[in-house]
Design a protein. Structure first.
Length: 92
């Protein structure tokens, strides 16, 4: 009886694990990445790979990623530091 309960519990955990992992690995940040990119585009910046990468970093959240987003955008040609900050605000 105890073996049956353990087997059922293990099977349930494997089933739930198979569902939970893809949900956990999904990237809900993609919407905020696009908001960052769209903000920059509306303000006259060309949105290419470097800008997309910077916005993706900002979309990860946290102070470190925010600062890295601003630095990457500045390095990508966003001249005004305020614009880089505002774009990264949209990513966060």
């Amino acid at each position: 009886m105890m073996h049956t309960i353990r087997t059922a519990a293990a099977a349930a955990m494997l089933l739930l694990g198979g569902v939970a992992v893809p949900v956990t690995l999904a990237t809900p940040a993609s919407a905020t990445q696009s908001q960052c990119m769209n903000w920059l585009q509306r303000h006259g910046y060309t949105v290419g790979e470097k800008v997309a990468d910077a916005c993706a970093v900002g979309a990860r959240g946290g102070a470190f990623n925010y600062a890295k987003c601003v630095t990457l955008l500045t390095n990508a040609g966003v001249k005004n530091g305020d614009n880089a900050s505002k774009a990264c605000d949209h990513a966060a």
